[in-house]
Design a binder for this molecule. Structure first.
Ligand code: FRU
Length: 516
């Protein structure tokens, strides 16, 4: 583990003190929330914790009108430490209510990433009243074991809630999966597989994914493995997710496997790749040649993302951690560190290159617009902005500019460019024009993504918050998520078109409101 190490005993004590003060202060937290969310760089329409360190989204599950978001949380500091599961809920995926910490470290270890399922048929026997048990399946990371040089320090545990996620109880016979002698053995994502009538766990184990099955979430047996020599192995495999998706062709469906990698992503550091293929209830098979690399997001700041369990209407809703292990612990925010991406909806469609994931913002993001019809965005005008959504269409058939996009500027001469280079057929985000980037050598850079669509109409869909941009190009074929930290907020937004006449045929700008 490359992260900072802490003593478990000290943590347990601190945790206790924190827990008591949190409970006492909890009623006041929502009142002071607005204040906490007005500090510099603070995202205004993305989820971030009121204070302290956050990484991966965990246990995302929908139950009775609420989207639950748990997250890797260290309540004592703004850098990574003994992991807890922070907790927030939302009725609309956009506005979040912070809830008390759901899971604390215990004698078996820190609480690493994992998932939550709704045990509708009470297969666990945990149900007491009318509420279905929500069961969390997570990794225990035993620091003492790691420090003493053992390799079996990660195991899997479960906890449950029978009051709609408000309070959690750890299962008495944890761990439910012991370590088989694999150093990196973590991040269980569980789903119910109806054809085989089993719970299926997809887990990262060293340089592969392992599948386990169970009928009661307590006893598990391994059923398969995948990936040793497939896809990218530029870093450790983490946080997988497995789900079935309709392809849009009559009744056809395929399986998608997301696998995050700790380093070696296309623009450096951590990122998320995916595979498409088949799952027979026991193991996954890739339908593409082994070396094919498919990336969910080409930006540097979308990691460890997975999808909501039990989402209504069969929606495949995704959320990622908007940072990168290369610099996450050094970014210049004060009270808190890290935010999540916007909730996004995934679909699988056939392209000339095969089946690919398409990503669009969840439709609930429309409610962020101050004025639902937006205003016209034209080429030679600058707009005073703070929070915005922009939709642009370019005609590539026209003889004109070969490098175009939009630019954010402030009074300190700092800028962020998001554009398309016609010759290279690449999208890019240029975050080199900032002062104060000495916190990490890996941070400044021009990040690129290949264009996959061959359409003569190119579209850019952008969401700009105080310290992040999300680009969903060509209707979600290519995605780039980048964070940035200007020394003063950007106050100007304009389009740029280099070397020729404008190709912009349509532009709409929406001002967005804060969720806090
Ligand atoms: C991914 C990750 C997971 C692990 C967690 C620890 O960012 O390394 O593999 O469970 O973070 O916080």
């Amino acid at each position: 583990m490359k992260r900072i190490l802490y003593h478990l005993e000290l943590t347990a004590m601190k945790t206790c003190i924190f827990c008591i003060s949190f409970l006492l202060l909890y009623p006041f937290i929502s009142f002071s929330q607005n204040k906490a969310y007005s500090d510099q760089h603070r995202p205004q329409f993305h989820f971030s914790p009121p204070a302290h360190w956050m990484n991966d989204p965990n246990g995302m599950v929908y139950y009775k009108g609420e989207y639950h978001l748990f997250y890797q949380y260290y309540p004592d500091s703004t850098v990574w430490g003994p992991m807890h599961w922070g907790h927030a809920v939302s009725k609309d995926l956009i506005h979040w209510q912070q809830l008390p910490i759901a899971l604390y470290p215990d004698s078996l270890g820190y609480i690493f990433s994992g998932s939550v399922v709704v045990d509708k048929n009470n297969t666990t026997g945990f149900q007491k009243g009318t509420e279905s048990p929500l069961v969390a399946i997570y990794t225990y990371h035993n620091m003492t074991g790691e420090k003493s040089g053992r390799i079996d320090f990660q195991t899997q545990g479960i906890a449950y809630s029978i009051d709609k996620g408000r309070t959690w109880k750890k299962y008495a016979n944890n761990p439910v999966i012991k370590n088989p002698g694999t150093k990196d053995f973590r991040d269980p994502k569980v789903m119910w597989h109806e054809p085989s009538k089993h719970w299926v766990m997809t887990m990262a184990a060293g340089n592969e994914i392992r599948f386990y099955r169970s009928t009661d979430l307590k006893k598990w047996e391994q059923s398969g493995s995948f990936g040793k020599d497939e896809g990218s192995h530029g870093g450790v495999w983490e946080c997988p997710d497995l789900f079935e998706m309709k392809t849009g062709k009559s009744n056809e469906s395929k399986w998608v496997l997301l696998v995050s990698i700790g380093s070696g992503a296309p623009n450096g550091g951590s990122g998320t790749q995916y595979f498409t293929g088949n799952f027979d209830g026991k193991t996954f098979t890739n339908e593409n040649p082994k070396q094919t690399l498919l990336w969910l997001d080409y930006g540097t700041d979308n990691y460890a993302g997975v999808t909501w369990s039990n989402a209504p209407d069969n929606r495949r809703l995704f959320l990622g951690w908007m940072s990168n292990w290369q610099y996450a612990q050094n970014v210049p925010t004060k009270a808190w560190r890290s935010a999540m991406t916007l909730p996004r909806e995934l679909s699988l469609r056939e392209t000339i290159k095969g089946y690919r994931l398409f990503t669009v913002p969840a439709k609930e993001a429309n409610t962020l617009r101050i004025n639902s019809s937006g205003k016209q965005f034209t080429s030679n005008k600058s707009y005073p902005i703070s929070l915005s959504e922009i939709q642009l269409e370019y005609d590539l058939e026209k003889d004109g500019s070969n490098d175009f996009g939009i630019e954010l500027l402030n009074n300190k001469n700092e800028s962020l460019r998001i554009g398309f280079d016609k010759q290279k057929n690449e999208f890019y985000i240029d975050r080199t024009h900032f002062s104060g980037m000495s916190f990490s050598k890996a941070f400044p850079g021009i990040h690129i993504a290949p264009r996959l669509s061959e359409s003569k109409k190119l579209t850019l869909h952008l969401f700009i918050d105080h310290s992040s941009v999300e680009l969903l190009a060509d209707n979600g074929t290519v995605v780039m998520t980048d964070i940035f930290f200007p020394s003063e907020d950007f106050n100007k937004l304009q389009s740029f078109e280099k070397n020729g006449v404008s190709l912009l045929t349509k532009g709409t700008l929406y001002e967005l409101k804060s969720i806090w």
